[in-house]
Design a protein around this ligand. Structure first.
Ligand SMILES: [Zn+2]
Length: 409
């Protein structure tokens, strides 16, 4: 995975998390700040929204919206200017209990430039612009066929693109003319085989050199798609990429669209399988105590710097940040590296007052840079599986080493 893949996957996880949130009232705020946009203007707008929010009738909703806007303003203070690709912030009351407030904030600097400027207060978060970004670069191959026609296409993000359309001359199953049934069946079988071969050749030529092709899905209304999938019709390199088959009612262009609609599970399953393989390898080394499994921020970072990490596993829940606090009372400044979830509890070391964060830097970007420089491959691991949860427990970061280190100092 490249850095951009990781960012996309992370964004995907965020979108998934946020789409599950529904406000009890119109109290969830989404802010999209485009790349290059003046941050001071955004601050100004949020302040205006604050004064508008004072007119909200319900006392609870008013309180929650005001609190969310205040939190957004605080968060914006962390930035001197709009980040290179823009900034997206979500904030609001996510408590499921009426009358109870739990104002949470999420913020992301997306892997691609934000193009839309948006402020909205709603019962849900506005996620469509991010969804487009997540899907855009994933490419899947599509083949839809039955005995009479075949279509080859690509799924690029959400767009389906037709590449080739082919028609066969395979006749129906019922015999025509004066041939015996057996002979008719033989001829029909031969024609079908020729057709599948042709489809395989054309599809192989289309897909073979697509470096970013994540997988191939084969659709169609009848058993021909299975025959095609199991047979030796595709080039072996291409065949390896088949993720599965789906039943469709149609062939042709509508069949391509149908295949996409029905392959959502197959596509998400594919990444789960890949993830599981890597986790199994890591926990295998871990259990054997082979010395090839490392975990925890410090140990992994050290191994990374030495260029000794073959595969870096980062949990979706990895949230280590480097932070600068300031005490509002005695002006003491503190620098710390900690989990994001622990920020709230930080107190001034001198006077015990609650502190204000004025600089926050994710360690992930830095770690990914190390990985890239050292030729380490990186996998972002979800917390959807028990092993994924375990990785989170190990500090959210782990590595499979290239070689065993005997003398640790
Ligand atoms: Zn203090």
């Amino acid at each position: 995975m490249t850095e951009i893949d990781i960012k996309k996957k992370r964004l995907e996880a965020l979108v998934k998390e946020l789409s599950g949130i529904r406000g009890r009232h119109t109290e969830l705020v989404s802010v999209y700040i485009p790349a290059g946009f003046n941050l001071a203007k955004v601050v100004e707008q949020i302040k205006q929204e604050q004064s508008t929010a004072q007119n909200i009738k319900s006392k609870t909703v008013r309180k929650n919206v005001m609190a969310a806007l205040e939190k957004i303003l605080q968060h914006l203070k962390l930035y001197k200017q709009t980040p290179a690709n823009g900034l997206v912030i979500f904030c609001g009351n996510v408590s499921e209990k009426e009358g109870v407030s739990d104002i949470e904030l999420w913020s992301t600097e997306p892997p691609e430039p934000v193009k839309v400027r948006l402020y909205r207060c709603d019962q849900i978060f506005v996620l469509d612009p991010l969804k487009d970004m997540v899907r855009e670069k994933e490419i899947y191959g599509l083949i839809v066929l039955d005995k009479s026609e075949a279509d080859i296409g690509l799924l690029k993000g959400k767009k389906v693109q037709s590449l080739k359309h082919m028609e066969s001359i395979v006749p129906g199953k019922t015999k025509k003319g004066g041939w015996s049934q057996a002979r008719y069946a033989r001829i029909r079988e031969g024609l079908l085989n020729d057709f599948l071969k042709k489809v395989g050749e054309v599809a192989s030529a289309q897909f073979k050199d697509l470096r970013d092709l994540k997988g191939i899905i084969i659709g169609g209304p009848g058993p021909i798609k299975e025959e095609f999938t199991e047979g030796e019709f595709l080039h072996y390199e291409v065949k390896k990429k088949i993720l599965g088959t789906v039943n469709t009612s149609y062939t042709g262009r509508p069949g391509l669209n149908e295949t996409v609609e029905r392959s959502e599970d197959i596509i998400s399953q594919a990444s789960v399988i890949r993830e599981n393989k890597i986790l199994e390898r890591f926990f295998g080394e871990f259990a054997k105590d082979s010395g090839l499994a490392v975990y925890g921020l410090e140990e992994v970072t050290n191994a990374l710097k030495e260029g000794n990490v073959e595969i870096l596993l980062i949990s979706e829940a990895f949230d280590w940040v480097r932070i600068k606090f300031k005490c509002p009372k005695c002006n003491t400044e503190i620098k710390k590296t900690l989990r994001k979830e622990d920020i709230r509890e930080q107190k001034c070391e001198k006077c015990g007052a609650s502190v204000e964060v004025f600089e926050e830097e994710s360690l992930e970007d830095e770690i990914l840079k190390f990985a890239e420089n050292m030729g380490t491959s990186v996998e972002l691991i979800s917390t959807d599986t028990p092993k994924g949860e375990q990785l989170k427990e190990l500090g959210g970061i782990a590595g499979i080493l290239r070689y065993k280190v005997n003398n640790r100092i």
